[in-house]
Each structure stands twice: as structure tokens, then as C-alpha cells.
Ligand binder design. Structure first.
Ligand code: 5GP
Length: 208
């Protein structure tokens, strides 16, 4: 039987470079599935429906909530975001390591539902660098940049609820570290109950 995949949540301040990190990870390794969320916010210029997000109306989003189609959902700076359940479950069953790139409220809800979830927090090396990246992206108005920095202040208060911290200074090394972190979870003792039981039994037999 194929080993079940690892569920990993990657969060971090808006502007931490999570998107670039995910792209680099997907381009290099095969065994990952990136969950695509539904959101009520408008697509940015470079975004496509079904690629970065499923862009839905408030009504469509509410229907998905009502039909229990999300693992979790949350509000973030005036919009709703949710993780569709079906895809994540299918991929985990198929042995893929599934990554949810979601914010902190959602991350904590997922951990509550699935305690084995690996929570990883990505941050730029400094607050100054975060602001620079947010402005440099040029996709948001100054009001939105300010709102996102405010939100980062709140999120920073909860950083220590994550399992691991990743400092995204350079994409390549950071991506490799993320990969190692997730792969190391496959060796968790709690995932190898069957092997442990078999070993114990065989040892008993051999030592008799
Ligand atoms: P953005 O609008 O910049 O694409 O995303 C804003 C924030 O929403 C980011 O922190 C992103 O990780 C988070 N996010 C994206 N999808 C989801 C989701 O399905 N659930 C939750 N809780 N947060 C999400």
C-alpha cells in the first residue's frame, strides 16, 4: 500500500515570497500537490481562474461553506478564502504531499482537525525587506500595502504557534530547506505503527 501523503501548511506575511517558493518547489519535485483555494477577491493581472485560485462570487463562496466543501475558510483583508476539501483528501490518499498556502487562522483550524499537519512559517529576513517587497510587487495600492503590513503585525504575534520557521532570503536554498522539512516528516514514528508492530513481534520471536 502506498504511504499516505504529508499535509503541510505554509503561511507567512503577505510579501514573504511564498508564491515564488511554491513555484520553485513544484518545478523541481514531483511528489507535491498544491491545493488551490477559492477566494472572493478579484484576480490580479497575472492570475488565472483555476491556477492560483478559483475566483468565486460571495454567493458561490457562501454556498461552498453551506455544502461543507471547505476544510477551513477565513476572512483576510476584506475577502474570503477557503481550502476545498475534496482535492486535498484525494491527493493525500494517493500519496502526494499536499501543501496549503494559507493564512494563520486557517492554519490553526487545519491543525485542530488534523493534528499531524506540519505548520511552517515563512518570513523575509526583516520587516524593512517585507515592506520593500510589498511595494516592489506593484500589484497593490498603498492602502492595501498598509493594510497588509497591519495584518503582518497581528500575524507576527502568532508566529510561535507554528512548528518551523523558514527565513526566505534566497529562493533556492529556502525551497530546498522546505523540501527537506516536509520529507523528514515521512519518517515520523507515528506514521509507521505497522512497521513498529511487525519489528516488535519479530524481535520477540527471534529472541525466544
Ligand atoms: P492573496 O490575496 O495575497 O493571494 O492572499 C492573502 C492571504 O490569504 C495569504 O496569506 C494567503 O496565504 C491566504 N490564503 C490563500 N488561500 C487561503 C485559504 O484557502 N484559506 C485561508 N485561511 N487563507 C488563504
Amino acid at each position: 500500500m502506498r504511504e499516505r501523503g504529508i499535509l503541510a501548511v505554509v503561511s507567512g506575511f503577505s510579501g514573504a515570497g511564498k508564491g515564488t517558493l511554491m513555484e520553485a518547489l513544484m518545478a523541481k519535485y514531483d511528489n507535491y500537490a498544491l491545493s488551490i483555494s477559492a477566494t472572493t477577491r478579484q484576480p490580479r493581472d497575472n492570475e488565472e481562474h483555476g491556477k492560483q485560485y478559483f475566483f468565486v462570487s460571495e454567493t458561490e463562496f457562501d454556498n461552498m461553506v453551506e455544502n461543507d466543501q471547505f476544510i477551513e475558510y477565513a476572512r483576510y483583508v476584506e475577502h474570503s478564502y477557503g481550502t476545498p476539501k475534496e482535492y486535498v483528501m484525494e491527493q493525500l490518499e494517493a500519496g502526494k504531499d499536499v501543501i496549503l498556502e494559507i493564512e494563520i487562522q486557517g492554519a490553526l483550524k487545519v491543525k485542530e482537525k488534523f493534528p499531524e499537519t506540519l505548520l511552517i512559517f515563512v518570513t523575509p529576513p526583516s520587516a524593512e525587506e517585507l515592506k520593500r517587497r510589498l511595494i516592489g510587487r506593484g500589484t497593490e495600492t498603498m492602502d492595501v500595502v498598509e493594510a497588509r503590513l497591519q495584518r503582518a503585525c497581528q500575524e507576527a504575534e502568532q508566529m510561535d504557534r507554528y512548528d518551523y520557521l523558514l527565513i526566505n532570503d534566497q529562493v533556492e536554498p529556502c525551497m530546498e530547506e522546505l523540501h527537506r522539512l516536509i520529507q523528514s516528516q515521512h519518517r515520523r514514528m507515528s506514521l509507521h505503527g505497522e512497521f513498529a508492530a511487525k519489528m516488535k513481534k519479530e524481535l520477540k520471536e527471534i529472541s525466544e
